[in-house]
Write a protein that binds this ligand. Structure first.
Ligand code: 5CA
Length: 442
């Protein structure tokens, strides 16, 4: 993409309404614009990141054996009355009446609807286990939407639902999602720590929050530093082997990790030696729940057992804040100059900077590199604008692409271009255009 043609309305000034760094950087980099309180439009640069995160989340759900569906954003109130949550949800739920005065709502989550879908489509233990997920916009009328996309009113969530015959099978499903979450966040370039959690309006008695460490997080966290050193992608996982899944879960749940809601200082000090105690703040990017028959019972989602009894199906639900993650990743990955994207979610891999757009030779060399990179399948944002070098460097640092390939007349005279790694000041090299190309395409 040529920057001269791209819709990327960057801001020089820091927007006053933005209290935290990710919100400031997302506005300044032209990734999002607020449409109304807690509701955002995603502009091209931001939308690319959102889609990359979504895709990684999708791949890990698929790998764990879940099937993707798409449920609507607007739901009928009827099912929510059956589960008892229509009243419980209170003012957070956006209630709507259609032209026939029927009560509708903009879904804040989907336990009821998925239970109904399951109820109508599966009847017997032979239909189990099943796992379904979707990635869809939700609406919660938060009292205090703030921090940009981190606490929005409309936000994109991946929500998955498991269906099993008995408690033991349900627990195994929960454990698979636990591992899928560790892998998802690691692939996104994040350290996310699973912490015992309260279940709130979703219900149930087994629940973990996945928390990314960041100064600006809403929760205070206490954990063992061993979490930060463990490489979850180091070993492949076989979801068919429940013992290996359980081993991973057992390791992570054996270490102390709690938010302020559940923290117990004496237990922390007993479990973790002083030098391994970590206290800080974190952002909740995922939350998983096992709630057994909380929804299947009132909604009558029954399955027959091998003995021909009818029992309510055992369920869990598993959420990831896809749009919140865009902000969360920036909170964890930035410096004084701007965003420093992990490569897996960067909107483009390379920023190609033409230092002298008015110089025909320089522009010809850039155009050639741009064509070659595109040919090699490398995602490039090409700054072909007639702007000062300073303005170009500032824009590239702000938007945080992993690599900057800088081409100027002086270097070209010596047959070299400059390749810089964003965020790693030590990684900076002058090399021939061919060598740079090989490096980036390799
Ligand atoms: N039904 C369950 C799991 S599918 C559920 O709704 N869980 S939740 O309430 O914990 O939400 C799941 C994730 O969505 C959270 O971990 C968080 O990352 C994200 N999320 C929740 N509320 C917001 C919000 N207001 N803005 C942005 N993301 C949010």
């Amino acid at each position: 993409m040529r920057l001269s043609q791209y819709f990327m309305p960057t801001l020089k000034e820091t927007p006053k309404e933005a209290e935290i760094v990710s919100h400031r950087l997302m506005l300044r980099a032209g990734m999002v614009r607020q449409a109304s309180a807690g509701i955002y439009s995603w502009l091209p640069l931001g939308y690319r990141v959102l889609r990359k995160i979504e895709q990684i989340v999708r791949e890990e759900q698929d790998a764990a054996g879940y099937q993707e569906v798409l449920m609507p954003t607007i739901q009928s109130a009827d099912l929510w009355k059956q589960s008892g949550r229509y009243d419980d949800y209170g003012k957070e739920m956006l209630r709507i009446k259609d032209r026939h005065e029927r009560e509708m709502l903009y879904g804040p989550t989907n336990e009821e609807l998925i239970t109904e879908i399951f109820r109508n489509g599966a009847k017997s233990y032979r239909d189990l286990p099943k796992g379904l997920y979707h990635i869809q916009w939700k609406f919660r009328d938060e009292v205090r939407p703030r921090f940009g996309v981190m606490r929005g009113r409309e936000f994109l969530m991946k929500d998955a639902y498991s269906f099993d015959l008995d408690f033991e099978a349900g627990r195994r499903a929960y454990q698979k999602q636990f591992v899928a979450y560790l892998r998802t966040f690691a692939r996104l370039g994040l350290k996310a720590i699973p912490m015992e959690a309260d279940t709130g309006p979703i219900g149930g008695n087994l629940s973990h929050e996945f928390i990314v460490l960041a100064e600006t997080g809403e929760s205070e966290v206490f954990c063992d530093r061993n979490f930060l050193e463990h490489d979850v992608l180091g070993t492949a996982i076989d979801y068919g082997d429940s013992a290996s899944v359980e081993n991973v879960v057992n390791y992570f749940t054996s270490l102390y990790a709690r938010t302020d809601e559940k923290h117990d200082q004496a237990a922390f000090e007993k479990a973790v030696p002083a030098q391994r105690r970590y206290t800080g703040r974190g952002i909740e990017v995922g939350h998983i729940f096992f709630f057994g028959t909380k929804y299947s019972e009132p909604l009558g989602a029954l399955v027959t057992t091998p003995d021909d009894d009818a029992v309510p199906v055992q369920m869990g639900s598993y959420g990831i804040g896809v749009s919140r993650l865009v902000g969360g990743i920036i909170e964890a990955c930035h410096d004084d100059h701007g965003i420093v994207w992990p490569e897996a979610v960067a909107p483009y891999k390379v920023g190609l900077v033409n230092l002298r757009a008015a110089d025909a030779d320089c522009t010809a060399a850039c155009d050639k590199l741009y064509g070659q990179l595109a040919q090699a399948g490398v995602e490039v944002l090409y700054d072909d604008r007639d702007e000062s070098a300073g303005a170009k460097f500032a824009a590239m640092d702000l938007i945080g692409l992993p690599w900057q390939l800088v081409v100027g007349p002086r270097g070209l005279e010596n047959g070299v271009v400059e390749l810089k790694r964003r965020g790693g000041d030590t990684e900076r090299a002058e090399l021939s255009p061919e060598a740079a190309l090989a490096r980036l395409a390799g």
